[in-house]
Design a protein around this ligand. Structure first.
Ligand code: C2E
Ligand code: MG
Ligand code: MG
Length: 737
């Protein structure tokens, strides 16, 4: 507190020396009365805040300097001064132009003789730079210490900057390893703007930020509307009212660009790149570099602790988390999960003979294949050495078998070692959730045991942990091998039976349907439903289809050579058969070889063909049709049954599904449907064949409804070629017509 005597006023006016001293100091000084009205200030005050004495004399200067301060703040200050105590406070003050300063304010009350508060002498020190550092550093470092996400920390930087400098909008963009920009923080700019910058490559003239990152130098564009740097982007920013943009690259300690920090200015802002803003930018880019580098380190640590450094696959820790999640979701969706333990065959020898570098290379190649294999529906990881793990989630166990087989086949493909090809195989052990265990540890252990089991059988083998699954899998594998042999040897194990299709009115043969039969050397006759789906799953269906076509056509030729009148043969085709675009050529060859016209052959398709996403399918169907081969829709009404496809597919025949025929006698609806399907067929000019006719009653109903062609046990079972010859020799009237 200043203690003064009677002539305070005189002293204030007379002490020239003191005034000179006051004017020459950098500290702003002012004298105010008890209602904060300005009585006197020094030169420095004008320099700092921009007001001339005449402009502010007698005005409530505290209100002018701190318009945002609360009434409580002023009241507290007054009561201190009133009590004769000085007040020291750091405050954000606003100058004449609206610019803000952090000021250290020391107010000393001057008392009269009676001890009453008369004036206040205040010294105001500009501490903007220090304070800015202090506040930004404190807040940002605190946020980082609390492990707040990067985006939050950087938004905080922008918001703090905008609080200190309300005339600008701050943005922070990241520059990734591919030199593309990604917005990280821009709290005052609309998302619709910043999202447009996402993925933009940096370049010598890509706005202020793209250019700053490219040149590694600050780029100040004062007139966005006319600057070539902004030519391609100004339409995005000008409507938002921003006219200048100053961007500074954020560099790491090795001078690599991590991002950019930019100020956007609105029209008529006189502060573009002022000293104050420069100080602000410097503080911010240091902090941003710190936050960005820290984030990079964090990601690197995460990668090291969760991913295998050699192959980049998830390691055991990450797998653990992923398995936990997968098991949880599979439990919810009632799915099963297969944990496959994969171990390369002869890896030790490869390592020893070719060296560890080659071994590492092989592990990376294997990892690549596994990753590619599970891309859509699984997880692949590496445990250690040549031990890999694959997780597959499936709705039922039958789907898992073919997946494992495909995986084995993938790993069995030769690997390219800088030009030379190397054959490598692997053994796979599988444990299935939920039946073999409920957690990763148990499942992995059991998969490992199964893998060791597979190793005992031989290279490139797989084994399930559960004996039942194992039995099924081994049986399937055995079936597959035998089917492959049967197709290769063509020794009669695979053969065709033919079921007559007859004219309803006359009993005359309309055609025959070729049905595949397989006599397994050990298991005996196996249903086509089973071996056809096996062939589809293990990639044999193409060969099987070709074989049936060739065999059926050759048989037709032989019958005709014997003078038997078999008008045509129908062959069942799986949708997969239409994936091979050479099917039309192969058919043409076969017909040609047997001297048959295309009309002698009918291909039976099922409705599932419409669900086939392969675009080649439709094309092949069209080509076959164009060649004059007839197409028939088999099992009509049992599946997809959308009538619209009848227009899309070039078919000439419909086969009423046998389930309708079976219910004809008992079910009114089945009768109505069979009549309706015949109606549809007739109106589309298609021949409708009723199949699975077993009883006279069914036959009579179909006859009444007007079905032209029938097929079923009532007329004949599927027959071996010689049996069919005998059947044909029986005149129709003797067969019940
Ligand atoms: P599909 O094409 O609908 O063949 C008719 C099936 O019904 C045949 O069974 C036939 O034996 C049976 N059947 C015929 N008349 C009657 C009857 O009166 N009552 C009953 N209950 N059944 C009758 P199959 O031979 O077991 O063939 C089953 C399915 O396997 C066929 O159904 C067809 O989709 C498929 N298939 C057969 N051979 C081949 C082939 O060479 N290639 C393809 N892709 N699929 C084939
Ligand atoms: Mg059929
Ligand atoms: Mg059928």
């Amino acid at each position: 507190m200043l203690s003064v005597n009677k002539d305070n006023k005189t002293r204030l006016q007379s002490r020239q020396g003191l005034a000179l001293m006051a004017d020459c100091t950098d500290a702003a000084m002012m004298i105010t009365d008890t209602r904060s009205r300005l009585v006197q200030h020094n030169e420095s005050f004008s320099r700092l805040f921009g007001w001339a004495f005449e402009e502010v004399q007698g005005k409530d200067i505290l209100q002018l300097l701190a318009p945002q301060a609360s009434t409580g703040f002023f009241a507290a200050m007054r009561s201190e001064l009133l009590a004769g105590r000085s007040v020291t406070v750091d405050k954000l003050l606003t100058g004449k132009t609206g610019q803000r300063y952090w000021v250290n304010l020391v107010c000393n009350p001057v008392m009269d003789e009676a001890g009453a508060w008369q004036y206040t002498v205040s010294v105001l020190l500009d501490i903007t730079k220090t304070k800015m550092h202090e506040i930004l550093n404190k807040r940002v470092l605190e946020a980082m210490a609390r492990d707040l996400p990067l985006i939050e920390v950087l938004n905080m930087v922008c918001e703090e900057v905008e609080r200190i400098a309300p005339d600008i909008s701050a943005t922070i963009l990241q520059v990734d390893d591919q030199d593309q920009l990604h917005p990280l923080a821009s709290p005052s700019l609309p998302l619709s703007y910043s999202s447009q910058l996402d993925g933009l490559p940096i370049g010598p003239a890509v706005g202020s930020c793209g250019a700053a990152a490219w040149h590694k130098k600050e780029v100040l564009v004062k007139d966005i509307a006319n600057d070539p740097f902004w030519a391609d982007y100004k339409h995005l920013i000008l409507p938002l009212g921003y006219t200048s943009c100053w961007s500074t690259p954020i560099l790491d300690k090795d001078d690599k660009v991590l991002g950019t920090f930019a100020f956007y200015y609105r029209e008529n802002t006189p502060q573009v790149a002022s000293d104050f803003h420069r100080q602000l930018v410097q503080t911010c880019i240091d902090l941003c570099a710190l936050a960005l580098e820290r984030e990079q380190n964090r990601l690197r640590i995460r990668r090291l602790s969760f991913y295998d450094a050699l192959t980049g696959l998830p390691n055991r820790s990450l797998l653990q988390t992923q398995v936990d999640q997968l098991l949880l979701s599979s439990q919810r969706e009632q799915k099963m999960v297969a944990i496959l333990f994969i171990n390369l065959d002869r890896f030790k020898q490869i390592n020893e003979s070719l060296g560890y570098l080659a071994g590492d290379k092989l592990l990376c190649l294997v990892a690549e294949r596994l990753k590619e294999h599970v891309r859509r529906s699984g997880i692949a990881g590496r445990l250690s050495g040549d031990e890999f793990v694959v997780l597959l989630s499936e709705s039922n166990s039958e789907k898992i078998n073919p997946l494992i087989e495909r995986l084995l086949a993938t790993l069995g493909q030769p690997f390219n070692f800088g030009g030379t090809w190397m054959d490598v195989s692997a053994c796979i052990g599988a444990a299935i959730y939920p039946q073999d265990g409920h957690n990763m540890q148990t499942l992995l252990h059991r998969a490992d045991l199964a893998m060791q089991q597979a190793k005992k059988i031989g290279q490139g083998r797989f084994s399930f942990f559960s004996s039942e699954m194992n039995r099924l899998a081994q049986e399937r594998l055995m079936l597959e091998t035998t089917l492959r042999q049967a197709l290769r040897d063509n020794d009669g194990a695979l053969h065709l039976h033919y079921q007559p299709q007859v004219n309803m009115k006359t009993g005359v043969l309309y055609g025959v349907e070729a049905l595949a039969r397989w006599q397994h050397p050990v298991l005996g006759g196996i249903s086509p439903v089973r071996f056809i789906s096996l062939a589809e799953e293990c990639g044999l269906i193409g060969k099987l289809g070709q074989w049936v076509l060739a065999e059926a056509c050759s048989q037709l030729k032989q019958w005709r050579a014997k003078g038997l009148d078999v008008p045509s043969v129908s062959v069942n085709m799986s949708p997969l058969n239409f994936h091979s675009q050479d099917l039309p050529d192969r058919i043409a060859e076969i017909l040609d070889k047997n001297g048959l016209t295309p009309a002698s052959l009918t291909l039976e398709l099922t409705e599932s063909i419409l669900l086939d996403p392969d675009p080649a399918t439709m094309k092949t169907i069209e080509m076959v049709h164009a060649a004059g081969v007839r197409l028939s829709m088999d099992d009509f009404g049992s599946g997809y049954s959308s009538l619209s496809y009848l227009r899309r597919l070039p078919i000439t025949e419909l086969k009423l599904d046998r389930s309708f025929v079976a219910d004809l006698e008992s079910d009114e609806t089945a009768r109505a449907l069979s009549a309706a399907i015949l109606g549809i067929g007739n109106s589309l000019n298609l021949t409708v064949v009723a199949e699975g006719v077993e009883t006279i009653a069914q036959s009579e109903t179909l006859c009444e409804q007007g079905y032209p062609v029938v097929q079923g046990y009532l007329f004949s079972k599927p027959l071996a070629p010689t049996e069919l010859e005998q059947w044909l020799r029986v005149p129709p009237f003797k067969r019940g017509f």
